[in-house]
Design a protein around this ligand. Structure first.
Ligand SMILES: Cc1ncc(COP(=O)(O)O)c(C=O)c1O
Length: 393
């Protein structure tokens, strides 16, 4: 399917292989946000004039659209600033209930946004962080989670999909392991929501966090999904306008979830754009498989090049992580940029994983719905050219 025409940014020479950081935005998403600002760009949940009702209806309709995308009721969808904000909300609120000696299972695959909030909780409560051992390949397995599960485990906070290795976590099996136990599972789905792999009825988790900007939507908005009783039991961590039910001098009452977590003016245009992105993605089937086909082709060709090391030879979706031997990844990425190829270079907000891999940084190419085999060819040719160019010095 030729999708380039849907994405105005592709009207220029660009081979975009950095969707793992942020995807491109189709015109329908951009237009929906512009329409809001031009036609009814006022605040929500407050005004009693018609335009304010229109804005409120668009916002609440967006909640329903995003909820149905993950098979959840709308009341379980909290809009946040993004994945990081959602993960922090769970850690700050649920984490505050932990006690010294309680255990939080995390992994070395986590994005910093999945790890640091729990590090803070551990420091404050004296709960203990426990790392799931990774397999030789770098994967989280159910068996390895079982090996660190104890009576003290209170939280399992894992990524659903690694943003460096392209590995999926067998989260349903892990959830089955702790079924009936007093253990809360918080899932980081930043990389998997864009592939439509988030079905809250199938994953068995308590909380799931993801953002719009990696799935054709705008930046500045994301979702915390939580089971309704879990959300109701959680204390808000931000206080102020609109999240309250009634305010007195010394005390106040708060609304039910999800509203008690949505303090102040929300990113209204972004929420509306998010819903459009979800609608845009709805006809796409098998995004994961399509990505995997492209990335496997890239990996096979990169592996065949002398002087190139690939760190994830068997990913589940469209991420390849590699280095040209002896070359700093920033040099590789800058060289590729001369060919209008956009890739990410660095630690990918995963410094503990870089340690595990034994490197400071890598080059990462990520594939999404608008990429094609010709992009793989361009990447491989440019990597070869970079290797040969820098190899002369
Ligand atoms: C796995 C993972 N978790 C969390 C994040 C943080 O997402 P955001 O920057 O949207 O808050 C990212 C983004 O790179 C990610 O890939």
């Amino acid at each position: 399917m030729k999708l380039q025409a849907d994405f105005p940014i592709l009207n220029q020479p660009l081979i975009y292989l950095d969707s793992g950081a942020s995807s491109l935005k189709p015109a329908v998403v951009i237009d929906s946000m512009q329409e809001y600002y031009q036609e009814y760009g006022v605040n929500i949940h407050r005004g009693v004039y018609k335009m304010a009702y229109r804005a409120t209806e668009a916002f609440e309709h967006a909640r329903e659209v995003v909820a149905s995308f993950i098979h959840a009721p709308a009341k379980e969808v909290v809009f946040t600033r993004g994945t990081s904000a959602s993960l922090n909300l769970v850690a700050q609120s649920v984490g505050a209930t932990l006690q010294a000696g309680d255990e939080i299972i995390v992994s070395q695959l986590e994005h910093h946004s999945g790890l640091l909030p729990w590090q803070e909780v551990a420091k404050r409560t004296k709960a203990k962080l426990v790392f799931v051992p990774l397999t030789k390949e770098g994967r989280i397995t159910t068996e390895n989670v079982r090996s660190v599960l104890t009576d003290k485990t209170k939280i399992i906070a894992l990524t659903h999909g690694s943003n460096v290795m392209g590995y999926l976590t067998p989260i349903k099996d892990i959830a089955d392991l702790v079924q009936g136990k007093d253990v809360i599972i918080s899932l980081d789905a930043a990389q998997t929501a864009p592939m439509k792999l988030v079905d809250v009825t199938a994953l068995g988790c308590d909380f799931i966090s993801f953002g719009a900007h990696k799935m054709c939507g705008p930046s500045g908005v994301g979702v915390l999904w939580g089971k309704f009783d879990r959300l109701q039991a959680m204390a808000p961590v931000e206080f102020g306008g609109e999240m309250n039910d009634g305010v007195d001098l010394y005390d106040s009452t708060y609304k039910d979830a999800p509203y008690k977590f949505e303090t102040g003016t929300m990113p209204i245009a972004e929420v509306i754009g998010f819903a459009k992105a979800v609608e845009y993605l709805s006809p796409f089937d098998h995004i994961q498989e399509t990505e995997r086909t492209l990335v496997q082709s890239a990996i096979d060709q990169l592996n065949a090049l002398d002087g190139v090391s690939v760190y994830n030879t068997n990913p589940d979706y469209g991420i390849v992580t590699f280095n040209i031997d002896g070359l700093h990844p920033h040099d590789t990425a800058s060289y590729l940029d001369e060919y209008h190829i956009a890739v990410r270079a660095g630690h990918h907000c995963c410094q503990p994983l870089m340690k595990w891999l034994g490197v400071d940084a890598t080059v990462r190419a990520t594939f999404y719905i608008y990429n094609e085999e010709s992009d793989v060819t361009a990447l491989v040719d440019a990597v070869k050219a970079a290797r040969d160019f820098f190899g002369q010095f």
